[in-house]
Design a protein around this ligand. Sequence first.
Ligand SMILES: [Zn+2]
Length: 307
Amino acid sequence: MLPFRLIYHKDYDLNLGHHVFPSEKFRLIHDRLLAEGFATPEDFVAPEPASDEDLTLVHDRGWVQRLKTGKLTYEEILQLEIPYSPEMARGFCLAAGGTTLAARMALEQGVSYNVGGGFHHAYPDHGEGFCAINDIAVAIRKLQQEKKITRAMVVDCDNHHGNGTAAIFAGDPSVFTLSIHQYNNYPALKPPSSLDIHLSDGVGDREYLERLSAAFRFPIHGFHPQLLVYVAGADPYREDQLGGLDLTLEGLKQRDALVIETALREGTAVTIVLAGGYAINLDDTVTIHINTAKAAKEALDAVGWKS
Ligand SMILES: [Zn+2]
């Protein structure tokens, strides 16, 4: 059995049909983790959907109600950029429940991996860019409410700026948000994170890893969060359709190891969420996300956890 839990629900799939966001990747990752023998069925835990009370720790009640009852306006659906369905609404609530469960388990086991989530473009009162519910923020707020943590950090390595997360935690000294992203890309408006690393188009492995490593060091030592949510987007990959960075599969693995190992060495628990990934070849997106799970196991084996 793995030394940490994988959180997954078959209804994570957002039922998007032919869409640039391959939300069937959640199932494909689950299936390949089993097929490769990395995990067994007992390693997976299925979450409950986040309750309205938990969702409204972050989101406006009106937004949650319109999303859950199919009453989003035409403009709201346009901004979300994905078609509405009850399965889509349920998938977001499950992802938020999943990241919350994953965060709790990370505190016990050092690491956890939600085979979903990372919907960092969602704001309290609206969704954007394929993200309706900000599972990252819901999980942090819930664990703070339960007094399991006081300080959390978000390290957002998706190709795209974590605008919703940055806006939600703006001015909150208990949550440090770091986003490393391609500057010249979606979203147009980038509300400041605690620390933003704006990368030029075409940045490759070496510059990416140097800048992330340098920026990461100070807050993880100085702020010393109990929980780090690692937004492990697959879209900085050089063959991504919506990304403009130039990372290789190997560079992405080094990124994963850097974030997870550094956090564990500081005694900070790590919850992994997936976020974007639009590689020309869907298998590459699946491989990148699976490599993150493998990096988590290697880091935990190497560093251990106090429990
Ligand atoms: Zn992205």
